[in-house]
Design a protein around this ligand. Structure first.
Ligand code: MRU
Length: 345
């Protein structure tokens, strides 16, 4: 297999996802600013993986501090957290992980800087390891929803590469395959960054899971032809009312699924649920570089000087979501109530 993000010899090692599927290269970071840049530049991407990278980045930042007083150490750590939080705005796991690291820092602030550094490293590794466990639980919960011999459409990459391992949406698919359900996958290419073509297809093929790649505009036709039994996607942030932010194009897939009476499932850990926001309109949508749209694999495909838009995510209203799969269970509408209940467990 492969390691997405790993703490190794007081450094952070990440597979460079920009180079997949043609090159399997690992980058080593010994500076928190390098980790922040790697998140921004998509070396590591996918909501839970970004969270893990940020947690490790903050531990790295603490380790780099040469502060001599607790006050100076805390101010260094705050600066590190602020820098990491400014990388990508949509996936709430980034902020969730940073807040968790801040909480651990606060809870241990009476200890020596040396001790706090060790505790922060331990916590970042714990976040990593927990993520894999959570995904496996989520997978088991979601696999029950998938029928024997069914074909699942997925969008973007919500797989092992988007997490510490196993995946969210692809974790559900993996668990269904492990349960002997003979599930097949249709992967949307996912323009403009091609997470579906480059990453989902790569990791499913590596696992021997039957995957068929389609371009984004083929999804409706495939549904109309009866090739798709269910949609399973990941998420970057779920609002407290069940509205779901995910990779741009997810909303179109949800509309198509509703039109064809196909269930539309969203898989995400509870750390992706943002109880501080009322609905999806409060989710910040990242705008990425125009070049991702004007160019394809580095080659210009649109005339220079034209207007370009590149929102990286969209919001699917909860009315289009059949169920949200979490590690704590599967919830359905009315989401305000069922999501709230998840946090009382
Ligand atoms: O821009 P990306 O590649 O970070 O976007 C990733 C997605 O939209 C995923 O579907 C989402 O983070 C869920 S990953 C388990």
């Amino acid at each position: 297999m492969f390691n997405v993000v790993e703490w190794k010899d007081n450094k952070v090692v990440m597979i460079d996802q920009r180079l997949l599927p043609t090159k399997e290269k690992y980058n080593t970071y010994k500076d928190y600013k390098g980790v922040a840049k790697a998140i921004k530049d998509m070396v590591v991407r996918g909501a839970p993986a970004i969270g893990v990278a940020a947690a490790m980045g903050s531990a790295l930042g603490a380790l780099q501090s040469t502060a001599k007083t607790p006050r100076a150490f805390k101010s260094d750590f705050n600066r590190v957290c602020k820098h990491l939080a400014a990388t990508r705005p949509t996936a709430v796991n980034l902020f969730w992980a940073i807040e968790r690291m801040r909480g651990v820092f606060e809870a241990n602030s009476a200890k020596s800087t040396g001790e706090i550094k060790k505790i922060l490293i331990k916590e970042a590794i714990k976040i990593h390891d927990e993520d894999i466990e959570i995904n496996k639980r989520m997978g088991k919960n979601g696999a029950k929803l998938l029928k024997m011999n069914s074909t699942i459409l997925t969008h973007c990459n919500a797989g092992a590469l988007a997490t510490a391992g196993y995946g969210t949406a692809l974790g559900v698919i993996r668990a269904a395959v492990e349960a002997g359900k003979n599930v097949k996958v249709f992967a949307d290419e996912t323009r403009p960054f091609l997470q579906g073509a480059r990453l989902t297809a790569w990791e499913l093929k590596k696992d021997g899971i039957d995957v068929t790649l389609i371009t984004d505009n083929m999804a409706g036709y495939m549904m109309q032809q009866g090739h798709i039994d269910a949609v399973v996607v990941g998420t970057d942030r779920v609002a407290s009312n069940g509205d779901v932010a995910n990779k741009i194009g997810t909303y179109s897939v949800a509309i198509l699924a509703r039109a064809h009476k196909i269930p539309f499932y969203v898989a995400g850990p509870t750390s992706t649920i943002d109880m501080n926001i009322k609905d999806g309109s409060e989710i910040p949508i990242e705008e990425r570089s125009e070049k991702e749209v004007s160019h394809f694999a580095g080659v210009r495909v649109a005339p220079a000087g034209i207007n370009i838009k590149n929102p990286a995510f969209d919001v699917t209203p909860s009315r289009l979501v059949t169920a949200i799969i979490t590690e704590k269970g599967v919830v359905t509408a009315p989401y305000k109530k069922s999501i709230k209940k998840l946090f009382s467990k």
